[in-house]
Design a protein around this ligand. Structure first.
Ligand SMILES: [Zn+2]
Length: 356
């Protein structure tokens, strides 16, 4: 009898569609409960509408350096050669070792590694037995400005030395949005891929061949629904941008009404935006942000981190009738969304009824 050790699979439409997704890959493992046990490894990305995008699967014996290296290596060979990818995961030693192995294909600058903020926060909570420290760490991780991050870190340091010691052993670039160079598009957790895993919940009890087939049908359906919604969107003439991006832009536009714009170098397209007092409950306002249209930067750091125009940029756009479109990253535009789900699935030629 032949017994296989591991199996990796990825569907053609996912491989093609990923070219239009954010350059982010979330990886995660879940135990299987079927006859043969093992662990299901799943890689997902995020589409232009901030939805999880299924990318690749594997069944392996368990989570270790060898299995994670093999899975990531298969992704490099069969799924994507894209550079500048950011892999988001928990801090499993097997994943860290695989990411650091040059033979696997995910070392810098080809790829970067970020940790899921929720995982670190929950481990920190267990380590220091404090919900407050967990929440304070999360707040610090989501700060986009140096000043605010420093305030949060001081707060943690004063409140709990043990928590501080735990946090600083993890490099800032792997969890702090301020230190992120725009690589994770604001995707700070692996929640996205875990959502997809819950879609596969029942699958964890299935024989492996049925599991593969189930992922085929689930992913196929997933594509069909999103393809229809993106086509309906374009039929209505809502060519740009996808719904969730629109919501973010509308929110920022509403905030922009409370900003005052001074052009202090119109020739160089540099503007100063002052936020008004009382704009938000508890907000002191009166902050000055420099917006540079040539470099596409704002002192608030949000355009760099989220690849979308912040309220300060939108305030300038409204005041001087400038287009905000160049500030919207191509992977967040509706064309990318449509292209992501355009590839078609075809029926499996000889669908098996094979059971284990
Ligand atoms: Zn800004």
């Amino acid at each position: 009898m032949e017994v296989f050790e591991r199996v990796f699979w990825a569907f053609g439409p996912c491989i093609d569609g990923f070219k239009h997704c954010m350059p982010v890959i979330c990886i995660d493992g879940t135990h299987l409960y079927g006859k043969y046990k093992g662990t299901l490894l799943v890689a997902t990305s995020v589409d232009a509408n901030f939805q999880v995008f299924p990318l690749a699967f594997a069944v392996v014996e368990g989570e270790n350096t060898s299995s994670w290296s093999w899975f990531l290596g298969c992704i490099r060979v069969h799924v994507t050669q894209r550079d500048g990818l950011c892999v988001i995961s928990d801090r499993h030693p097997g994943i860290i070792a695989a990411m650091n192995d040059p033979n696997v294909g995910f070392t810098e600058p080809r790829a970067y590694h970020s940790f899921c903020v929720r995982h670190i926060a929950s481990n920190l909570k267990t380590h220091v037995r404090s919900n407050d420290m967990r929440d304070m760490f999360k707040a610090a991780a989501y700060q986009r400005q140096k000043r605010k991050l420093q305030v949060d870190m001081c707060f943690i340091g004063e409140a709990c030395t043990k928590a501080m010691e735990y946090i600083v052993q993890v490099p800032f670039t792997m969890w702090s949005l301020f230190h992120d160079a725009g690589r994770i598009y604001g995707i700070c957790t692996t929640n996205f891929s875990e959502t997809f895993n819950s879609v596969l919940k029942g699958a964890r009890f299935l024989p492996i061949m049925s599991l593969v087939e189930l992922t085929f049908h689930k992913v196929n359906r997933y594509f069909t629904l999103r393809r229809e919604s993106s086509e309906a969107m374009s039929a209505q003439g809502l060519a740009y941008p996808p719904p969730k991006v629109t919501v973010i832009l509308e929110k920022n536009t509403a905030k922009a009404r409370y900003h005052k714009v001074d052009a202090y170098n119109r020739r160089l397209h540099i503007y100063q935006v002052i936020t008004e007092r009382g704009e938000r409950l508890g907000s002191k306002g009166g902050h000055k942000h420099t917006v540079n249209f040539q470099l596409r930067t704002c002192a608030c750091n949000k355009p760099k981190i989220f690849h979308l125009p912040c309220s300060h940029v939108l305030a300038v756009c409204v005041t001087y009738s400038l287009s905000e479109r160049p500030w919207v990253d191509p992977v967040l535009q509706s064309e990318a969304y449509m292209n992501t789900y355009a590839p078609q699935f075809w029926r499996i030629p000889c669908e098996t009824t094979w059971t284990q």
